[in-house]
Design a protein around this ligand. Structure first.
Ligand code: SF4
Length: 322
């Protein structure tokens, strides 16, 4: 069984990805290390609702959220879990020749149901041909102990990662984002997950309006302190039919430039511990949903520009991690 946590040797003076010529710990390297071959995520929409939409926490959702922009399965009629995975496996297998997949429960709040229901949905995904693990995305304030126990139980026989929408450590930004939780909820969720030996990933947003570069680097420091296993970095971007889109239309929103974002990502990576796997360097959305900034829609170019800036500065992930 592949372990869910990363496999860097803490006594190794230079991480293997640096000796292999990389400047950050890329997801593809990690998957090859753990699974021995390229492995791809298949997004699974299990139809979970969200407490920030159904009135339990809030009704309007997060300021940036349009669920349809996250998942093709919310834009088209929803098939069952097995159907979604079979469809994704056929598409990825055809495009990349790969036979190994992770079921990525991404849209909605994927721990927002009784634990018996969670178990049934996760196990349905794990039973699909080629599926070698599970990623469960959820809110930090919506992960009860019994759900963590279930994930820990599954992690005894397969690869499991819990992905938390931490977004930022700054409460004023969480409030602006209409998240409905504070950073202390994230610390609590990470702590309880780690007590059970679970690998934790963090979804984070850089470029929030009231955050300075120093604020964003403080978020990186906190991810290092919490020993988060992986991060997904997103620039703040605007998709249609969201409160953020209305802010943008009213001229109330200042987004960072591409150059500012690249600078923040490089600074962020420098503060992130070298064992932390980087799943993403920026966000994007389907063209029909993305309003601004258009530069994040050209993700290959953006990633190349971030890597070029790491090179130009001759710097790397973890350089200033404490
Ligand atoms: S981003 Fe997640 S937590 Fe926020 S409204 Fe959308 S589904 Fe709910």
């Amino acid at each position: 069984m592949p372990p869910s946590s990363t496999k860097l040797d803490p006594h190794e003076p230079v991480p293997f990805w640096r000796t292999a010529g990389h400047r950050y710990y890329r997801l593809g390297l990690y998957f090859r290390q753990v699974f021995g071959q390229p492995t791809w995520k298949i997004t699974v929409d299990a139809g979970f609702d969200c407490p920030n939409r159904d009135g339990t926490v809030g009704t309007g959702g997060c300021r940036f959220c349009n669920p349809a922009s996250f998942s093709p399965n919310r834009r088209h009629p929803l098939g069952g879990i097995a159907d979604q995975i079979a469809h994704g496996a056929a598409r990825l297998g055809h495009r990349h020749g790969t036979q190994r997949f992770l079921a990525y429960f991404q849209p909605g709040t994927n721990t927002y149901a009784p634990v018996s229901e969670l178990r049934a949905r996760y196990e349905e995904a794990l039973a699909c041909p080629g599926v070698v693990g599970l990623i469960v995305g959820t809110r930090p304030d919506c992960i009860a102990d019994d759900a963590l126990d279930l994930l820990a139980d599954l992690a005894r026989s397969t690869w499991v990662s819990l992905e938390l929408g931490i977004q930022t450590i700054h409460d004023r930004s969480l409030d602006w984002l209409q998240r409905g939780h504070l950073h202390e909820a994230s610390v609590d969720a990470v702590t309880r997950a780690k007590q059970r030996g679970l690998a934790v990933g963090a979804h984070l947003i850089l470029g929030l309006p009231d955050e300075t570069r120093g604020d964003m680097l403080a978020t990186a420091d906190e991810m290092t302190r919490l020993k988060i296993e992986s991060v997904k970095l997103h620039n703040l971007y605007v998709v249609g039919d969201t409160p953020l889109a209305r802010d943008h239309a009213a001229g109330r929103l200042a987004l960072p430039s591409r150059e500012q974002y690249i600078d923040c990502v490089v600074g962020f990576l420098e503060r992130l511990r070298p064992e932390c796997v980087v799943h993403r360097l920026a966000g994007d959305a389907p063209p029909e949903y993305l309003i601004e900034p258009q530069w994040c829609g050209r993700k290959t170019e953006l990633r190349a520009a971030i890597e070029a800036e790491l090179e130009r500065r001759d710097t790397f992930q973890g350089r200033f991690a404490e």
